[in-house]
Each structure stands twice: as structure tokens, then as C-alpha cells.
Design a protein around this ligand. Structure first.
Ligand SMILES: Nc1nc2c(ncn2[C@@H]2O[C@H](COP(=O)(O)OP(=O)(O)O)[C@@H](O)[C@H]2O)c(=O)[nH]1
Length: 525
């Protein structure tokens, strides 16, 4: 009755329309009209309809907003310990609880540098390797909310320091792992094990980290290569369109991430981290077991007594140990970049290559492609030398290095009183090594050098293999692109509101058009 026209009826019945717009059936004829015009929108029926309509819209929009409001954000956590050759670092990652395996970005929440050296240095006192982790682990217990402790995965991955110890003395390496595992099991997290990462894993997970943080994987953009320089090994990983896997299958890692296939070239050079490379460079200069060496990679005026036993205490150099060296030798500096480059070049073998193209040491490398992120010691060294700006031409980098190396040692110490003397004394060597490794080793030219970005972190998370490792072990990067909701929350609410308003207007208009009582015409009272 409310929304229809008054249908025709037959006598003895009459239909009369009330001012409210309602039609009544009556046996009395309708009273004679009295001409009086009323505004039809002010009738009780239209007011009731309007109020009900407004309440319905408010209810609809409220339900839509409440139903779809982002719930109070809860997070999940993962902990990774990077047991490097020189030190161990702990990273806590967090991500929105309802979005694992989907669209939520994993971010670094906290990092802790373990005091002391890397776990491989505890070969003779393994239990101390476990103890060394306690302080950072106790801090993690505070950082992760208590109710999440038991479900937070905890991983320890060891890199080149433990690779070398394992080569040298696998029993000692096992004992270090036992001690470390025992210590980590004492914390309330879900300990997932401690193991040595292969060089290939280290390279590939570093590449995943850089490209994940840059959102390149999810968006299917061209990827960035990853250059990682550690103390005992160095990794190069990049996608090259001209990489023929059959030429060197051992350098290939294939991924399917977010619906895209990647064929990654990666290689890890054991012993070519900057600390082991320095030992190799010193070994070349001490072949004959001299009492003094004048090293072009150290500043003029630098003088330190060093022990042959310490210098050759690494599988990277032990085979080259001179027959009858004195116990110690005087290590003095000459500060000459060009001569230093000549010394550094000796640690690479550029002569043999069984493939169509090589980097060095008979290792295949496809043509370089795209941009690169260079992190870890690449960053520490280049940042100290003020050479991280990608717009600095390679020639300028070399000139600045030459001038830095030639600076007298006492001046360097005066200029940097807060920096550890060990780091300080080695920047000339490390800078020269980096430039030589990149240009002579990996074949970066003056042009392609400009494609290298020296980075420490991306969007607040450190560049390195740890994040990629955790993403992989927790299946956090899906092989296929996740289905996204067609509209974001705000868009959804807007569409519901606009639709409700349109419906309301439509109802009012249809009443106005089809129910004569709503038309603006004189009402017969
Ligand atoms: N200058 C400088 N060097 C650092 C710093 N932290 C680490 N390093 C050096 O960076 C390298 C990192 O090595 P690490 O991760 O332990 O080695 P990996 O196991 O070979 O990957 C080592 O040569 C360290 O001495 C820092 O804060 N400043």
C-alpha cells in the first residue's frame, strides 16, 4: 500500500487517499475537495521514509566500516644470528601477524652486535662461543613480546669463518656448534638449528634480501645484483640475460618468486673476504720469511711487529708458509696505491679460464648487467673513505685512495682518534682491494662502476643474507603472486557509502514518480 498507486476499485467501495499518502478502502465516497495546497515532502510518510532511509544508510556504512576496519596490528617475529668470521650479529625481524605468506613486509626490528670475535675463534674454548651469545639473546627476550616467544623461530647461520674451521678441523667446528646449540636452546624461542651456510646460499640470500627490501620481487621489476664482502669470503650474485647455465651449472640458482622466474648467477670466493685477502697479500710479501717487509698497502710511518705463526694460521695461506721464518717480522708501511694494487693483483689468478669468460681463479662469470648493491665490508670501507657516492667516477676513487694511502700514519691516527687502530691501519689495503676486486676481478669498467651503490641498509633493514634466509625458511615469499583484495579498505567504504546514498535517492525518486501522492500537486483535504 505504501509504495503503490491507489488501484481502481468498484462500487460500493471507494478509495480515498489520506494526506499521509495512504490509500483507504471505504464505503463512503470521499469528501468534496477543499482546495488547499500542502508541501508533499512534509507529510508524515515522507518523514518516516527519510528517517528510516537515513538510519538504514548509517547502519549499512557502520557495519561495513566495522566489519572491514584494520584489526589492531599484531606482529610475529623471527630471529637470525649471523655467525660471521669476524663477529656475530643478531637480527630480530617482525611482520604483521595476519599477513605471513602474503602481502605484509618483513622488517628489521632490532639488531645486536655480539661482543668479541666470531664463533670460529673459539675453536679451543667452544663453551665460550655459546656464552658469547648470551647478552644479545637476553636482550631479544625483552624485545619479543612474551606471548610470542614460543612461536618465534630462532636460526643461527655460520659463514666463511666456520667454513674455514670446518675445513681445517671439523671436530673443533662440531664442538663449537654443540656449544652454540646448547646455549640457544636455553632461551624460550623455537630454536630451528645452527648450521654452516654454503657460499652459494650466502650469495643467493643476500640477493633475495636486497631485492625484497627494494620491492623489486613483488613488483616483478628488474633486479639488483648483490655484492657482499665479508672478512673471509666474498659473494657476487646477479641476473644476467646472457647467462648460459649449461656453461657452469654450479653457479646457477633458480627461484620462482611472486609468479616470476629468476635464474641467478652467484659465486662465493672463499678466502677473498678482506681479512683473508690481507693475509694472502702479506703471504706473498713474506714468501722468503724476511725480518722486515715494506708494505705499500700501509701508511708511511706505520710499524708493527707481527708473528709468522698468526699470519699463516689460516687454510687460505698455510700452504705458502716459508720454510724457516723468524718468529716475528716488522711490518712497515710505504703508502703507495699503485704498488699496493700490484701486490693485491697477486692474490688473484687471471691466467687460467676454461670457460668463455671468467672473473678470476678459473671461475665462470657471465656479462655484468644492471645495478648492484654492495654491502657489509664494501660499505664499511667505502663509507670511511667517503667514497660511497655513486656519482664519484672510478678515476676519482683511485686518486682519492692514492692520496689517502700516502698520508703518514701519525696523521691518520690524529685525524681519527675514536676509530679502532686495527680497522684504521687497514683501510688503505681494504680500499685498494675493493677497487681491484671490482675492476680486475669482476670486470667492472669506468662506466659500469657507476652502477654500484654502496649500501648499509634498505628501508631500515640491514643488507645481508639473514633476511633472505629467514624469508626462505619461513616460506614467507610465495612462488605465485598473492591474490590481493580488489579494493583497499578506504575504497571499499567509499563504494558502500556512495551506493547506499544512490539507492536512497533512487527510492525517493521512484516514490515521487510512481506514487501520485508524492507529486507536488494540490492535496484535496
Ligand atoms: N671498518 C669496519 N669494518 C667492519 C665493521 N664491522 C665489521 N667489519 C668488517 O667487515 C667484515 C665482515 O666480516 P664478517 O661478516 O664477519 O665475515 P664473513 O663471515 O666472511 O661474512 C670483516 O672484515 C670485519 O672486520 C665496522 O663496524 N667497521
Amino acid at each position: 500500500m505504501f509504495f503503490c498507486q491507489c488501484a481502481p476499485v468498484f462500487p460500493p467501495f471507494f478509495l480515498s487517499r489520506q494526506p499521509s499518502g495512504l490509500c483507504f478502502l471505504s464505503v463512503f465516497p470521499p469528501p468534496l475537495p477543499e482546495m488547499k495546497e500542502k508541501n508533499p515532502w512534509h507529510t508524515p510518510a515522507t518523514i518516516i521514509i527519510t528517517v528510516i532511509g537515513v538510519i538504514a544508510i548509517v547502519a549499512l556504512v557502520t557495519v561495513a566500516v566495522l566489519q572491514n576496519r584494520p584489526v589492531l596490528q599484531k606482529y610475529k617475529y623471527g630471529i637470525v644470528l649471523d655467525a660471521g668470521s669476524s663477529h656475530t650479529a643478531l637480527y630480530i625481524y617482525e611482520w604483521p601477524a595476519e599477513k605471513d605468506n602474503n602481502t605484509g613486509r618483513v622488517e628489521q626490528k632490532y639488531s645486536c652486535k655480539v661482543k668479541g670475535k666470531g664463533i670460529s675463534s673459539y675453536a679451543n674454548t667452544p663453551e665460550k662461543a655459546g656464552e658469547s651469545l648470551n647478552e644479545c639473546m637476553q636482550e631479544s627476550v625483552k624485545q619479543v613480546p612474551k606471548e610470542r616467544h614460543h612461536e618465534t623461530p630462532l636460526y643461527l647461520g655460520a659463514t666463511a669463518g666456520m667454513r674455514l674451521l670446518n675445513l681445517e678441523n671439523s671436530l673443533a667446528s662440531d664442538k663449537v656448534f654443540q656449544a652454540v646449540e646448547k646455549a640457544l636452546q636455553g632461551f624460550p624461542f623455537s630454536f630451528q638449528g645452527a648450521r654452516i651456510l654454503s657460499g652459494q646460499e650466502e650469495g643467493a640470500f643476500g640477493w633475495v634480501t636486497v631485492n625484497y627490501l627494494d620491492d623489486r620481487l613483488k613488483q616483478g621489476l628488474e633486479t639488483t645484483g648483490a655484492l657482499d664482502l665479508g672478512g673471509a669470503s666474498t659473494q657476487i650474485s646477479f641476473v644476467s640475460d646472457n647467462y648460459d647455465i649449461s656453461e657452469s651449472p654450479s653457479n646457477s640458482v633458480t627461484f620462482r618468486l611472486y609468479g616470476n622466474d629468476y635464474n641467478l648467477y652467484t659465486h662465493s670466493f672463499l678466502c677473498y673476504g678482506k681479512d683473508q685477502a690481507l693475509l694472502m697479500a702479506l703471504a706473498h710479501q713474506t714468501k722468503s720469511g724476511p725480518k722486515t717487509i715494506v708494505d705499500p698497502c700501509f701508511h708511511p710511518g706505520y710499524l708493527e711487529q707481527k708473528q709468522y705463526s698468526v699470519l699463516y694460521d689460516s687454510p687460505c695461506v698455510s700452504a705458502r708458509k716459508p720454510q724457516n721464518p723468524t718468529t716475528t717480522f716488522s711490518h712497515t708501511g710505504a703508502g703507495n696505491f699503485t704498488q699496493c694494487q700490484d701486490v693485491v693483483k697477486k692474490v688473484f689468478n687471471f691466467t687460467s679460464c676454461q670457460y668463455s669468460r671468467c672473473s678470476f681463479n678459473d671461475v665462470f662469470q657471465p656479462p655484468l648487467q644492471g645495478t648492484y648493491g654492495a654491502f657489509s665490508a664494501y660499505y664499511f670501507v667505502m663509507d670511511f673513505l667517503n667514497l660511497t657516492d655513486a656519482s664519484t667516477p672510478l678515476e676519482t676513487v683511485k686518486q682519492k685512495l692514492a692520496s689517502y694511502c700516502a698520508t703518514p700514519w701519525n696523521q691518520i691516527v690524529q685525524q681519527h682518534p675514536t676509530i679502532k687502530v686495527k680497522y684504521l691501519s687497514e683501510y688503505c689495503f681494504s680500499g685498494t682491494y675493493i677497487v681491484t676486486l671490482l675492476t680486475e676481478g669482476y670486470n667492472f669498467t669506468s662506466e659500469s662502476y657507476a652502477n654500484i651503490n654502496f649500501i648499509k641498509e634498505i628501508k631500515g633493514s640491514d643488507a645481508g643474507w639473514t633476511l633472505g634466509y629467514m624469508l626462505n625458511l619461513t616460506n614467507m615469499i610465495p612462488a605465485e603472486a598473492p591474490d590481493l583484495p580488489p579494493l583497499p579498505h578506504a575504497g571499499y567504504v567509499s563504494v558502500v557509502t556512495i551506493t547506499a546514498l544512490l539507492l536512497f535517492v533512487l527510492v525517493i525518486l521512484s516514490l515521487f514518480c510512481f506514487c501520485p501522492g508524492f507529486k507536488k500537486q494540490p492535496h484535496i483535504v
